[in-house]
Design a protein around this ligand. Structure first.
Ligand code: 5GP
Length: 345
């Protein structure tokens, strides 16, 4: 039996140490980044925060709002071709720089992906998403997708270790999605005992990816704006959010009223709710690995975005980073045994 003795850390285990800074105001901080992708060779500029490809978050409405601020949306894979057609007709070519078409790795998925991409040449991003990115079938699917779409930017995941990040980049991914088990509605760690604390996963995977000229997305586990700052500080090129963007007008689903309070339903993509909705129930051989929760209704996503982007700008001023690009270099984490004061919570 082998046990790795190095302690692996999550967001709650660290804080960012403040540093002397010449910045006078948060307004001097630029959150935009420009990346050139490993295989697609395309260059992208924007604020590298993404809505997750969950049907309660990665919606067309979310994409319209986020793209206005140059944020990205991984559109969930459950829209029909007809719905895609309508959406693409009513949106600008510019918006298409800020969305990815998500797909699973089945034959039907592959056919649907081709059909959607054939609707518009401006669709440039593909997100191949599976819960377990360690399977051979997934790598083969990625290789085939790279062959079929040499010029598209391919996001692939999820994994949590450097050697698998390298394998996916070599197999054709431009960006690797990192995270197993940290998600707010994820029960993988409970059901399987498998996982990796997210901060350490980011540090190790970013190192592996950057060595080969690739990028990573930190996916899951950000519950407050400070976690997003820590993810970028640790080396994430993009940060993907589920729960933090749930409960808004732009999230899917209806408003639910309970005892005079308003809520929206939010659920994991492998929860019973999602599988009943999209796959006719949970298959006999598997267990649900996601929760269903009611989150307080929060109105327009715009206010939440301001909170997130304001927080991130403030982090940058605390460590003297005038651009998000400098945040990793300027970050020193301190290990801690406390986080926020919860007296009034
Ligand atoms: P959050 O930002 O809510 O903490 O995490 C969002 C991420 O959780 C998603 O991008 C996805 O990677 C992951 N996720 C979404 N649904 C499920 C699920 O049903 N099970 C698991 N294990 N992970 C999920």
């Amino acid at each position: 039996m082998r046990i790795e003795q190095d302690l692996k850390l999550g967001f709650k285990d660290v804080m960012i140490r403040p540093k002397r800074s010449t910045l006078k105001s948060r307004s001097q901080v630029s959150l935009e980044r420009t990346y050139t992708f490993l295989h697609a060779k395309m260059t992208w500029t924007g604020i590298p925060i993404m809505a997750a490809n969950m049907d309660t978050v990665g919606t067309f409405d979310m994409a319209k709002k986020l793209a206005e601020k140059k944020l990205f949306t991984a559109i969930h894979k459950h829209y029909t071709i007809e719905e895609w057609k309508t959406f693409l007709e009513e949106t600008s070519p510019e918006l298409k720089n800020y969305i990815a078409v998500s797909t699973g790795t089945g034959e039907e998925d592959s056919k649907k992906l081709k059909e959607i991409l054939s609707l518009s040449k401006d669709l440039k991003f593909i997100c191949i998403d599976v819960a377990n990115g360690y399977s051979e079938h997934f790598v083969e699917f990625l290789e085939k997708t790279r062959e079929n779409f040499p010029e598209k930017v391919i996001i692939a995941g999820n994994v949590v270790t450097g050697e698998m990040v390298e394998e996916l980049l070599i197999a054709g991914a431009d960006i690797v999605k990192v995270g197993i088990g940290p998600g707010s509605v994820c029960t993988t760690r409970v059901k399987t005992g498998v996982g990796y604390p997210q901060l350490s996963a980011i540090i190790e995977c970013a190192d592996a990816a950057h060595g080969l000229g690739g990028q990573i997305i930190s996916d899951g586990g950000c519950a407050i704006p400070g976690d997003i700052a820590k993810a970028f500080g640790a080396g994430a090129d993009f940060v993907m959010l589920g729960g933090m963007l749930a409960g808004h007008d732009e999230s899917g689903g209806d408003i639910i009223e309970l005892d005079g309070n308003k809520f929206k339903r939010f659920y994991g993509m492998s929860s019973n709710t999602a599988m009943d909705k999209h796959a006719g129930g949970v298959a006999e051989y598997r267990a649900s690995e996601g929760k269903t929760v009611e989150v307080p209704y929060r109105g327009a996503v715009e206010n939440t975005l301001q909170d997130i982007l304001g927080g991130l700008r403030s982090t940058c001023t605390y460590v003297g980073a005038s651009r998000l690009k400098e945040l990793t270099k300027r970050t020193t984490f301190i290990r801690v045994a406390e986080q926020e004061n919860t007296v009034y919570k």
